[in-house]
Design a protein around this ligand. Sequence first.
Ligand SMILES: [Zn+2]
Length: 404
Amino acid sequence: MSMLITGISELSTCDDGQEERAATSEEAALTRGLGVVRDAAVVLGGGGEDSAPVVEWIGPAEQAPAADWAIDLGGKAVLPGFVDSHAHLVFAGDRSAEFAARMTGQPYDGGGIAVTMAATREAGDAELRDLLARRVAEMRSQGTTTVEIKSGYGLDVEHEVRALRLAREVTPETTFLGAHVVPPDRREDGGREAYLDLVCGEMLAACAPYARWIDVFCEPASAHAFDGEESRRVLEAGRDAGLELRVHGNQLSHGPGVRLAVELGAASVDHCTFLADEDVDALVGSDTVATLLPGVEFSTRQPYPDARQLLDAGVDVALATDCNPGTCHSSSMPLMIALAVREMGMTPAEAVRAATVGGARALRRDDVGRIRVGRRADLAVVDAPSVLHIPYRVGVPIVRALEV
Ligand SMILES: [Zn+2]
């Protein structure tokens, strides 16, 4: 069966191979780099019981071939579904009181990650599965069609394995983050070293079958996260177990995370809020994407990362939500695009690329994040004539995954 989609005022393929067809030079300048076809049509086909539909044809609507079915979007923009390459979705409970206190300057120690760890361990499988399904659906309703999901709130063997097992039910992009922090119940003398032994030994062995990636919170400025040498140990153990590498780095300070990620060939280093020139130099020409998470800076009232410096240096940049209960409980990629444009000096086109093909690169995927003939048909639709409306109409739910 094939389906013809017409009424696409602006098709952003985010594909470097797509010849741009813009009506005027002003439009072309504002969406340059998005591989735009105006007044476009797309034909989808393939896709049986267990395989996603694929893109069979892209081009101007007046040249579209016939298909078995047709839908007319009536003048909307279409782009690749967002690729949210950094999210922590397996948790129970919330920390809204901690957020409110932080925003209003109230002295309040909400207990931080200990609260989430306890609530997550206590929750049954059915409850966690339901919470996870709701969060993935919430993302889809805002245009996200690919999501990476980390463990990191179980922090013992049983509950880390469970988090990854449940995450694997909804995405192939699962990440073992036993090295999120040293858990609150293991911070006695010698507990740190023993916990690292556990993460790199029994926990890793039990989690690896359910994970594609391993990640570590490399942040010497935090007493409970991990320094450069500890992070190296975790990443190398993960690599030896067959996992690919990602790093939380340089969120709170000028730490070693970025350079370690590049040295070890990690797919992505995420946060990049505090960057020295040597960090940017290391990223240039590397295989490591700099993934920026502006929802965290918004929700913690920290300075935003210098996206302009990275882009001007030629670094591959991705945008992701970091959706988590502590530092950014938002699943909205359109909000991340708006923050990147408003607060980080990215153009709308750069931000849309970072949220689609940039996220795909951060996950080393070439089948998502762009619209290309022969690839998966993961499409998002904007209830407006152009992707420029995504940051422009901030806070308005105008983007959703296109259900076909
Ligand atoms: Zn994170």
